[in-house]
Design a protein around this ligand. Sequence first.
Ligand SMILES: [Zn+2]
Length: 275
Amino acid sequence: MRIPILTFMISAMALAQTPLPVADAGRLESMHGKTVMLFTPHPDDDTFCCAGTLYKLAQNGNRIHIVIYTNDDKGSYDPDMTSERLARIRMHEEEEACRVIGIAKDSILLLQYHDGMLEYANPRDLVEQVTGLIRKVRPDVVLSVDPGTDYVRWHKTDHRMAANNTMDAIRAAEWRLYFPNQGLHDGLEPWRVPEEYYYYAGKDANYFVNIDDVVEIKLKAASAHVSQFSPAIEKYRADWDPAALEKLKAELRQIGKRDGHYVEAFRRATGFNEE
Ligand SMILES: [Zn+2]
């Protein structure tokens, strides 16, 4: 479930206090041929946080894996909607958003926990599951929801759980004595994630990707999440009311722009150490 306005605002607030970096080969958005893994609580946080950055990474020939913790099967006011139907709709909307930014649907992995219920999954099983995924994919970079910011602490439980669980799994993946069964049974070796970028970082953001040149692509991807906005969130329909779509895009453009630039903001970290 999204709160896109706030998400864009967080990026803009961070931008207002921090100068834009100069692009160079060592930058996230300039990487080529690497493996990137993004963990998202719901099938849309990846779009709202990072669609511009993901598009650039896809264009650069990086291998991108999107791991979605929950199926987002609760966020509708439509009295005729069912959880099963909403989960299918949300999956298709996510696939379309990913298609827009150049990520194939076979790069999306849905863990299929119910919306709002991630906190009630078995914590040991959850961290073991994600540790195994990290050891299998062996990413050069992980993007995940920031565990420490006000937005994440006060947003819904899935965000808190996804944030903490992903960090715990990154740590466990490095040490062979965590879940040794993964080596014995599945042949998985330990893996140390070299770089991490945490989104929804708010005032803790220390890394900014300029998306001026791709912001319209980001808005197109965002508009794939039809069911999360009026009028479809009240009474489901598969398409937009054109006026509502234009209003949303205008709102997002206005809020997302500060000092003449659009950015996506992250807290960059390596190992246990925040930079
Ligand atoms: Zn979410």
